[in-house]
Ligand binder design. Structure first.
Ligand code: HEM
Length: 477
């Protein structure tokens, strides 16, 4: 069959498990290594799931642009089924009329420019409280665990935008909440036998305890959402312009009931979208912040240059506001360079019909992985690809908004990230303020080369060890 169909080349697999054993703890790296041997369009079999991995900008363009309409579905999996309330969310639901409706609600109602702007006071308050914390640490020359602080920052911003109140006011321990977000992401990335071995896989998942773990994370989130939604129903409608995500989704629910919608909206739909917002919005922003500060700490020249840009632009104004961010061109180059080297993970799609990528046939139902990490390190596109050198973006127009297939941290096409502006607003404001107010020193007589860039195992490319830096207050700020 393989010979007659002109399928992409790929490594031979083992009976039953196929190539699963070759994914390793860091799939983006293992797949990149395999692609060096088998080429930019590579065929694998993960258990019984036919899979194709693409690893260059050109092949990514073919998938995400030329064939976007036929590759904009997502594969089903045991973890995503549960966490998406049986695929009534946006991020995990298969392509179709239902997904289009939910995506429209997200794009027009939840993550529109107007709505993102309406949450600016939340971002400003949360960033100010981080700056306050760092000021205290600066007074006592104590290192700040930036990994922990960035996680709290993004989780608090998203929690307040979604629920109108902080974790504390909602009676939920924020550290526990972060743990549950992590548990969910770990579980989505863990090896679920049910995804790769039909029938018998479910039994293996029950025996290994994975099934019970997913159930537990789900129950915890569900109880939290239930209470927050009920509180909103009791409180009644919010004034226009002051709605949080639950207010907006409850309006949608009311509209759907009044109009006898053929695809009706329910409380579970609200919960499923909230789940997407937490799973999709918290870790991604945190990881961006951690890698950016890590690379800056490893490259003092770049750190000084970006600080100089911010301090010259802001002068003695006392803080960076959101409206200042677009003037900071070098900061944007620093972010692009961070995303080139540290995108959050593989893009995952499912082919909906037969397509042809670089002359190879791809069958419907094939799992498609776009290895954006490999694209970011491709020497055909990037000179000295392993070097952190933001100036490479000075003389080209490559941006990360999904139009340039060399740089895809937010994906592209119909399924690209709808929360990009919301995520970048927090990331930009936090970075600019931390770099404006403080110089950052390495603790414990460390040298730049001692800072670890080792990645934690899993589907998300996060930094393994926490990033600790000592803030030193900059005089004018
Ligand atoms: C800076 C941070 C962020 C990064 C790097 C990021 C990255 C991504 C990526 C790579 C995808 C998959 C795109 C594709 O398949 O082409 C995605 C999808 C998604 N993201 Fe984000 N994201 C970020 C922030 C956010 C935020 C703040 C939210 C919500 C509040 C969000 C909500 C979503 C949703 C709902 C999807 C699924 C879209 C769909 O399947 O139709 N993201 N994101």
């Amino acid at each position: 069959k393989r010979k007659s169909k002109h399928l992409p080349p790929g490594p031979p697999g083992l009976p039953i498990i196929g190539n699963l054993h070759q994914l390793g703890a860091l799939p983006h790296r293992s797949l990149w290594e395999l692609s060096q041997k088998y080429g930019p369009v590579m065929s694998l079999r993960l258990g019984c799931v036919p899979t194709v991995t693409v690893s260059t900008a050109e092949t990514a363009r073919e998938v995400l642009k030329t064939h976007d309409l036929y590759t904009c579905s997502r594969p089903v999996s045991a973890g995503t089924k549960k966490l998406s309330y049986n695929y009534i969310d946006v991020g995990f639901s298969p392509y179709g009329e239902y997904w289009r409706k939910m995506r429209k609600i997200c794009v027009l109602e939840l993550f529109s420019a107007r709505r993102v702007q309406s949450f600016h006071f939340i971002r400003e308050e949360e960033v100010a409280s981080l700056v306050d914390f760092a000021s205290k640490s600066a007074s006592s020359s104590t290192p700040v665990d930036l990994s922990e602080k960035f996680m709290s920052l993004t989780a608090n911003v998203i929690c307040r935008a979604a629920f109108g109140k902080s974790f504390k006011e909602r009676g939920f321990r924020h550290d526990r909440f972060q743990e549950v977000v992590h548990e969910c992401i770990d579980r989505l990335g863990s090896f679920s036998a049910a995804d790769f071995f039909p029938y018998v896989g479910r039994i293996i998942d029950r025996l290994s305890g994975l099934h019970a773990k997913i159930e537990r994370s789900f129950e915890e989130f569900d109880a939290f959402y239930e209470k927050a939604i009920d509180d909103h129903i009791k409180k009644g409608k919010e004034e226009p312009g002051h709605e949080d995500f639950i207010d907006v989704l409850l309006l949608e629910l009311g509209r759907s009931q009044a109009e006898a919608d053929p695809l009706p909206f329910s409380k579970d739909h609200i919960k499923a979208i909230l789940m997407d917002i937490f799973i999709g919005g918290v870790d991604t922003g945190t990881i961006t912040l951690i890698w950016t500060m890590t690379e800056l700490a490893r490259h003092p020249r770049v750190m000084r240059k970006v600080q100089e840009e911010i301090r010259t632009c802001i002068g003695d104004k006392g803080k960076v506001s959101e409206s200042d961010i677009e003037k900071l061109e070098y900061l944007r180059m620093v972010l692009k360079e961070t995303y080139r080297l540290h995108p959050t993970g593989l893009l995952i799609r499912e082919a909906m019909s037969k397509i042809n990528i670089s002359g190879y046939e791809i069958d419907p139902k094939t799992l498609i992985q776009i290895n954006v990490w490999a694209i970011g390190r491709d020497p055909e596109i990037w000179k000295n690809p392993d070097e952190f050198f933001p100036e490479r973006f000075m003389h080209n127009q490559i941006d990360f908004t999904g139009q340039n297939f060399e740089l895809l941290p937010f994906g592209a096409g119909r399924r690209g990230c709808p929360g990009m502006s919301m995520g970048l607003a927090t990331v930009g404001l936090a970075l600019a303020n931390l770099l404006y107010h403080f110089d950052w020193k390495l603790p414990y007589n460390m040298k730049e080369e001692d800072i670890s860039i080792e990645e934690a195992p899993g589907i998300i490319t996060s930094k393994k060890d926490p990033l600790l830096l000592v803030p030193v207050r900059y005089p004018h700020a």
